[in-house]
Design a binder for this molecule. Sequence first.
Ligand code: BV8
Ligand code: ZN
Length: 247
Amino acid sequence: MISSRLISKLAAADSVAVFTGAGISAESGVPTFRGDDGIWKKFKPAELANFDSFMRNPELVWEWYKARRKVITSTQPNPGHVALAEMEKRYRKFAIITQNIDNLHRRAGSKTVYELHGNIERNYCVGCGKPYDDASMLEQATAPRCPSCNGLIRPDVVWFGELLPMDEWNQSAKAAARADIFFAVGTSAIVYPAASLPAMAKEAGAYVVEINVERTDLSPIADEVLLGRSGEILPQILMHCPQEANA
Ligand code: BV8
Ligand code: ZN
């Protein structure tokens, strides 16, 4: 499965970046977006994951995120997340660049995680920007309001038509540009600007490795496509990583 070329690259690499999508959390029981039980099969992103819909019908959007938060917080990181948390210790420069809002990389112990599309466990007031992360308040039936300015409280995720968090984006672009190996794991790579990162890494000379149960729009630019479940492939790749970071 893992080529001798990748094995030698893993041994020699100084900087590794891993770009992840919903597929890495599928084995934890978090529904993907475009899979058969995909979120976008049931709900149209344009109807729910955008600011105007939220302001038009905050209860509906809040209910949706509450349902997703309930699923997500009842799941555990899987061997794919755990392997990446361990892999971070084997390289001097290592970064996870995720589109996932499920916080599972951090819960697996990963330290350097750039959340391009936010985190479902964080919330803030659209009026005064005050953060609200205590779960009890979030369990309220309707869309909660900010006690200090009465503004609506929203999940700290990036909706369609919204800009990505600048710092996360800049750090991600830097990690992609300096990567010796760039892994793209469990993503259909069609949501932009996140989906432009693999090409940026390739452009900068990275060895691009795709891990997915099927080929995607990314496969043509990948140097290597490993077809299979990330929860099985990532632990195998870890076995070929240096025991500790090169000095
Ligand atoms: C923006 C958070 C500036 C919320 C999300 C350029 C071209 C075309 C369109 C655009 C463009 N630039 C901007 C756009 C518009 C838009 C966009 O990209 N639209 C797409 C649909 C074409 N982008 C935006 O709006 C972005 N903002 O550009 O702002 C701007 C402002 C004004 C006007 C213009 C521009 C913001 C996008 C962020 C949206 N928020 N999530 C929430 O989650 O509720 S996106 C969300 O969907 C995820 O975060 C993720 O990014 C995406 C889902 O993709 P994946 O994670 O890859 O999941 P998917 O199900 O698709 O695929 C899973 C894969 O895993 C599959 O390939 C499957 O085979 C594989 N798999 C399954 N099981 C396994 C597995 N692999 C391995 N192992 C397994 N076990
Ligand atoms: Zn407020």
